[in-house]
Write a protein that binds this ligand. Structure first.
Ligand code: 13P
Ligand code: SF4
Length: 372
């Protein structure tokens, strides 16, 4: 281990030389580095990854599947082609000798950045002046959040959820305490609460930039779910008008959306679900069907290509191109750079969560993974 660390500091290959390479120049070198690493490395790719990177995935999936895969792999290096919180979750869920690597450290998530520990801590204290938070409120964080917020949930009897298990997680949380503080995505929280029959007026929005979240004491006492004022800027591009225009032109068509979309978009969709759910629904759909899809463009394009041989059409919901710009940061050049460094014994862009924080965050993640 010490030898490896010594090698790391002496011979790290700088990124500069890679930035000028074309994708085509990268491909055979990625392949070669990949085979030299063999079982020591695994490449996990989220569905939103661009095709040029996705083709090298050993395993793919939505956030839930990827966190399970990360917790099960024995590989020494987990190269995470996704965003920062995903690589953090991989580090939290793996053994100390395993290393999570994010090919470009700038691949964050703007939604995850909408909540931080200082603001959530303040919210918890302010709520505590009105209600007995420790006995009456379960903090639930969407997996799209920093490790310290997962740790906050672990410490306060809370839990993590993803877009594919939010209903199960919320049900489990309600069995334990009567209220939920849900962060950072108000839309996933609202949609999930709505599908459970909770009226919208009992799911007020907590604005972290206002005193008491901008809510009155009665609103807080009456709330079932307090929704953090956060959102995904990619999924905000989809509008109910896009669905209405589609239905006018294609009355027999179907609409499917990700639950990060605004409430009205979800309400007007025929199906709402995670990226895995969207992929499965389109793959299993009847031949000849047409679909309007409200999620990131890379996934929609990939699915459209895959299902067209059965005469199925997948159409992107927004008229504008909306990719997740942070997912896009992972490109063949960065993937090649981290892999060739690994071949040389250098670990670049390792994501590590401090031990104490990781232990608390693991609690909240394990509570989620233990649900059936
Ligand atoms: P899922 O892949 O879990 O559906 O989530 C999508 C997402 O927000 C990734 O940012
Ligand atoms: Fe974050 Fe939205 Fe990108 Fe998902 S699509 S990683 S929620 S910014």
């Amino acid at each position: 281990m010490e030898e490896l660390n010594a090698a790391m500091t002496s011979s790290v290959i700088a990124f500069e030389a890679f930035g000028a390479l074309s994708d085509e120049e990268c491909f055979p070198r990625i392949q070669a580095a990949r085979s030299r690493l063999g079982k020591r490395a695994v490449i996990l790719c989220h569905h939103y990854q661009r095709a040029e990177v996705y083709q090298f995935a050993d395993m793919t999936g939505d956030s839930l599947r990827l966190s399970r895969l990360a917790s099960q792999t024995e590989a020494e290096f987990i190269v995470f082609c996704g965003v920062h919180f995903m690589a953090e979750a991989a580090d939290i869920m793996t053994k100390p000798h395993q290393k999570a690597i994010l090919p470009d450290l700038a691949a964050g998530c703007s939604m995850a950045d909408m909540a931080n520990l200082a603001k959530v801590g303040r919210c918890w204290r302010e709520l505590g002046s009105i209600i007995d938070t420790e006995n009456r409120v379960t903090p639930v964080t969407y997996i799209n959040s920093a490790a310290d917020l997962k740790a906050f949930c672990g410490e306060h009897g809370g839990i993590v959820c993803t877009s594919s298990n939010a209903d199960k997680v919320l049900r489990a949380a309600f069995e334990q305490r009567e209220k939920i503080l849900f962060f950072p995505d108000q839309h996933l929280g609202r949609w999930t609460g709505h599908t459970m029959g909770i009226p919208l007026d009992r799911m007020p929005v907590w604005d972290p930039d206002l005193e008491m979240g901008g809510l009155g004491a009665d609103e807080i006492r009456d709330a079932k779910i307090l929704l953090w004022k956060g959102h995904c800027s990619v999924h905000q591009m989809f509008q109910p008008e896009h669905i209405q225009a589609f239905r006018k032109r294609h009355p027999d068509g179907f609409v499917i959306s990700h639950p990060e979309c605004a409430f009205e978009v979800c309400r007007q969709s025929d199906h709402v679900g995670s990226t895995d759910h969207i992929a499965k629904t389109l793959r299993e759909a009847a031949p000849g069907t047409r679909w309007l899809v409200g999620t990131e463009l890379n996934l929609v394009n990939r699915l459209a290509e895959e299902i067209k041989s059965e005469g199925k059409i997948a159409q992107f919901m927004a008229p504008l191109v909306c990719m997740c710009s942070t997912m896009q940061r992972i490109d063949p050049q960065h993937l090649l750079w981290v892999l060739e460094n690994l071949v040389e014994g250098n670990i670049v862009n390792r994501i590590t969560v401090p031990g104490h924080e990781a232990a608390l965050a693991r609690r909240a993640l394990e509570r989620m993974l233990a649900l059936p």
